[in-house]
Design a protein around this ligand. Structure first.
Ligand SMILES: Cc1cc2nc3c(=O)[nH]c(=O)nc-3n(C[C@H](O)[C@H](O)[C@H](O)COP(=O)(O)OP(=O)(O)OC[C@H]3O[C@@H](n4cnc5c(N)ncnc54)[C@H](O)[C@@H]3O)c2cc1C
Length: 698
């Protein structure tokens, strides 16, 4: 018999251990597939981030924990329950298959930062060892940056840390971060404890909703005493490079954001066609997947009703382990033709460390808080660690932490050498004149505007509008000089950014790419317009409103089909149409010049699916969020945007805040107006010269 276990966390490990004890090797082959070669002991992640233990202490190699079990560090791509086989990627890109007699799905859950705009780009998740290690490196780097900062405001920004979510992991990580930073200030000369801010943001009216209210209140008081700012009844609504925007309108500024809320099922679970509730796999009481006799689901990815209280099991390690043990015993019963047992477990209690050698605990009906709870917390987790080697390692680290200061060394995680993401809200400044060239940035989504002004408040001086696929930063990086323009987000903007050192490495290794970047920098129209200052100033002072053509008589709704849109286009006198949503906001454009793109996309559709074309929506074929200019812009902005994007026309919308289309602007009208103005200017000058000559003659 072969039992395949997918996952290598608390549930899977306990299942494999129990089964191995009950069924010996030739009788039962056990294969564990896990994406990493180790099991993560999540309760210690906060200690890793706070540098009170070494990272490897929180990760135990599976093959050393599971003698007699085949451990494969491979990602399972698909489970075929009908054919009783899995498909996995062995790293060579070739898909392999393995059949099973029983399969156990114990994939846990993954963090999902995209539930809040900007979190995925700017916040640290807190789920795997890498998250904790990266956070620790980053905290130390922030202190180093603060030490060298010359601007006092920037220094405070480096020393501001924000944690979103005050459940167990949020509270533990906030406590540890606070401890690490405040206890380390004595090694730095340019800042003090008072300069450090750690904020913990929580939506509810009390932290730690998992424990009794009195313990939550105790934890809050002690954390506040330790200097942590606990913000209750408040949601984080967006994150940017500068900090976190809150539901009450405030912005918490800070260079470190940790997001401990938001999980989603692992992709494998999402792809499994079985009964689910809130993304978790529904099981029968003995933990077999509903409707499948040889498939089991355990841990965070499963919704298992606890026969003890008839409630769904919480997603904790305590429950995952007990489910692992019980499910293995049930599988043994199945092989022996005996009856299986429903999952039944009385929770032992909860423990949470809050920093400063204090914790709160609810154990066996008792509530304990403070130092005693902290000793209990350390004792319980030391005992819970999966192997003796890890217990000794963590015990020594904790002993070291009591006697010596926390380790402030950091391995370089320099953003200049990395590919990163960034998110900006409308109105945020992305780049200021004089900023050193740090990134080469490509717009993944949204619109940004290039401002000529060095003063960020000069709203009228928009030079050009940048949209999806546009890039910037290349000119300053290639010329190794500071930026000389301001770039501001017009809508919410997502960027993909390449750090300056990585950019230089790529550009220097791939010369054709460097040349392309250099040519692109020259072609960017700011440089062109600098060569024609008179024409530039004419257009700069020409309001765009005077050049706008009225809206085409027909606007396309966003559910228009491709054939309907093509018919409308062929009847359109101007050959260009705008697509609007139900609120009359601009969502797309469709013109004769789009037809080659549409042909190319049709060619990509498999032949057997092309007969569905008549029912396909136009918006499936044209890109969303088209580039537009606003009535507030100048003719120069429109001219530059047209030139930069090689477009013959652009839609014009009411304002930056309101994307209702009001008309469109064409390149030829702008050029005509410029010629008219130049001619008028020459005539004016000639008549003035003539008048002056006549005056002199008299
Ligand atoms: C920061 C933090 C602190 C916590 N503290 C506590 C605590 O103090 N007490 C407590 O009881 N609980 C705690 N928890 C919750 C606890 O860690 C989880 O409930 C527990 O890990 C669930 O175990 P699991 O076996 O279901 O999943 P996990 O332990 O998450 O393991 C799932 C494994 O499956 C792997 N996997 C996923 N998909 C695939 C695939 N397709 N192929 C191969 N492998 C795959 C993953 O890489 C992962 O290794 C904490 C959680 C976090 C994040």
């Amino acid at each position: 018999m072969r039992v395949v276990i997918v996952g290598g966390g608390f549930a899977a490990v306990m299942f494999a251990k129990t089964l191995r004890k009950k069924l010996r090797a030739p009788e039962c082959e056990i294969v564990v597939f896990n994406s990493e070669n180790h099991m993560v002991f999540h309760p210690l992640l906060a200690d890793i981030a706070g540098a009170s233990i070494n990272p490897d202490a929180g990760a135990t190699p599976l093959r050393q924990m599971l003698p007699g079990v085949e451990c494969r560090t491979e990602q399972v791509q698909r489970i075929d329950l009908e054919k009783s086989r899995i498909e996995f990627d062995d790293g060579s890109g070739v898909l392999n298959r393995m059949t099973f007699d029983h399969v156990v799905v114990a994939c846990g859950a993954e963090s999902n930062l995209s539930i809040i705009p900007g979190m995925a780009e700017h916040a640290f998740g807190f789920k795997v060892i890498r998250d904790a290690v990266d956070l620790r490196q980053h905290i130390v780097r922030q202190m180093e940056e603060a030490e060298g900062a010359t601007d006092p405001e920037r220094r405070l920004w480096y020393l501001s840390f924000i944690v979103v979510g005050a459940g167990f992991s949020g509270v533990e990580v906030a406590g540890e971060m606070n401890e690490l930073v405040r206890s380390s200030t004595r090694f730095y000369r340019n800042f003090k404890k008072e300069d450090v801010t750690v904020s913990l943001v929580h939506t509810r009216d009390a932290i730690l909703p998992e424990v009794a209210r009195s313990l939550g209140e105790f934890a809050k008081k002690r954390m506040e005493k330790a200097g942590i700012d606990v913000i209750l009844n408040t949601r984080a609504v967006a994150a940017t490079h500068e900090g976190v925007q809150l539901s009450d309108g405030r912005t918490l500024r800070g260079g470190t954001i940790v997001c401990t809320i938001g999980t989603e099922p692992a992709p494998l679970v999402q792809s499994l066609a079985v009964a689910k509730e809130h993304g978790r796999i529904r099981t029968s009481p003995d933990m077999r997947i509903e409707g499948h006799a040889n498939a089991w689901a355990l841990g965070d990815c499963a919704l298992i009703v606890n026969a003890f209280d008839n409630k769904p099991s919480p997603t904790t390690a305590q429950f995952a382990e007990r489910q692992g043990r019980q499910a293995a015993l049930n599988l043994v019963s199945v092989t022996r033709g005996e009856t299986t047992q429903p999952f039944r477990f009385k929770a032992l209690g909860q423990l949470c460390s809050i920093g400063g050698y204090e914790a709160v605990a609810e154990m066996f009906g008792m509530r304990i808080s403070g130092f005693l709870a902290w000793v209990l917390w350390r004792g319980v987790y030391l005992f819970k660690l999966p192997t003796w080697s890890r217990r000794i390692k963590v015990g020594l680290d904790w002993g070291w932490d009591v006697l010596f200061p926390r380790d402030l060394s950091f391995l370089n995680t320099d953003a200049r050498k990395r590919l990163t993401h960034a998110y900006y809200r409308p109105g945020d400044l992305i780049q200021r004149p004089g900023d050193p060239p740090r990134f080469f940035s490509v717009i993944e989504d949204g619109e940004a505007e290039v401002l000529q002004a060095t003063d960020e408040h000069l709203a009228g001086k928009v030079l050009t509008v940048l949209g999806k696929g546009d890039f910037f930063g290349n000119a300053a990086l290639i010329g190794n000089r500071p930026h000389h323009t301001t770039i501001r987000a017009r809508t919410a903007v997502r960027l993909r950014q390449m750090g300056s050192e990585l950019f230089s490495e790529v550009a220097n290794s791939f010369l054709p790419l460097r040349e392309l970047m250099a040519t692109a920098a020259l072609r960017q129209s700011q440089h062109f317009w600098d060569r024609v200052p008179l024409e530039k100033s004419i257009l700069e002072n020409e309001p765009l409103a005077s050049l706008v053509d009225p809206l085409p008589p027909k606007l396309l709704p966003n559910d228009v089909t491709l054939p309907e849109a093509i018919k409308a286009l062929s009847e359109s006198p101007i050959g260009e149409l705008l697509i609007v949503d139900e609120k009359h906001r601009l969502v797309g454009t469709f013109g004769r010049h789009d037809m080659d793109q549409i042909f190319a996309q049709i060619a990509e559709i498999p032949a057997d699916q092309r007969r569905q074309l008549p029912g396909r929506k136009l918006t499936d074929f044209v890109p969303p969020n088209p580039l537009s200019v606003t009535l507030e812009d100048s003719a120069l902005t429109a001219a530059m945007t047209l030139l930069d994007h090689g477009k013959p026309w652009l839609p014009v919308v009411q304002s930056r805040a309101d994307s209702q289309p009001v008309g469109y602007v064409r390149g030829e009208r702008i050029v005509n107006r410029m010629i008219e103005k130049l001619a008028n200017r020459d005539t004016d000058q000639a008549s003035r010269a003539k008048a002056a000559g006549e005056a002199n003659a008299t």
